[in-house]
Design a protein around this ligand. Structure first.
Ligand code: SF4
Length: 189
């Protein structure tokens, strides 16, 4: 028997779906534009796997409130996208949970949720230098109430700078997710 590359594709799909992978996910992995193409692997693909999977989905949907399966309204979609817009900050991206407000009074330099954009290294260095100046001034002027706060912020900035310099070119900034092209939607401006 002679094996062709396409045979391994069929074997993969069959094995994955038999192991419980939903056919529409298999279709995505294979690059099929419709699940029908995936189902077309019928020669080696047991129809009852699809039947059972569809029955499972039907049972699951029957048990869930119907409104969970309605289309999103334009306002809901805009609200979803707006969350990611609101996570853009000067130094990079805020990593807080979806739908939650800033819990740290926008003190991003101190915040562990900040994902610093490597391109903003000079900005962070500038902030660090500015903090050093402010710390010196506070000490000289006897503004002891500010010293501890500035030192805390400086320590956080130093830690972030060290992490960025250590990571060097290994850091890959993935940017903000943009689901609009994939979803075929656009946001009203
Ligand atoms: S302080 Fe933290 S939670 Fe708030 S915006 Fe900055 S990174 Fe996000």
């Amino acid at each position: 028997m002679q094996w062709r590359p396409h045979d391994f594709r069929r074997i993969f799909v069959t094995d994955a779906v038999r192991s419980g992978l939903p056919p529409h996910i298999a279709a995505k992995i294979c690059g099929h534009s419709t699940v029908d193409t995936t189902i077309g692997y019928a020669a080696i693909y047991p129809e009852d796997v699809i039947t059972h999977h569809r029955a499972f989905i039907a049972r699951r949907r029957a048990q869930r409130p119907g409104e969970e399966y309605r289309d999103l309204t334009a306002a809901e979609w805009d609200e979803f996208l707006a969350h990611f817009e609101l996570r853009k900050v000067a130094l990079g991206t805020c990593g807080r949970d979806y739908g939650t407000p800033c819990a740290h009074e926008n003190a991003c330099v101190r915040c562990r949720l900040l994902r610093v954009d490597p391109h903003q290294l000079p900005r962070l260095e500038e902030i660090h230098a500015n903090l050093a100046d402010r710390l010196q001034e506070a000490k000289e002027q006897g503004w002891l109430g500010e010293v501890a706060a500035i030192e805390t912020t400086m320590a956080a900035a130093t830690q972030k700078l060290d992490a960025m310099r250590t990571a060097g070119n290994a850091t890959v900034h993935l940017g903000m997710p943009d689901t609009r092209p994939a979803a075929g939607r656009s946001r009203a401006s």
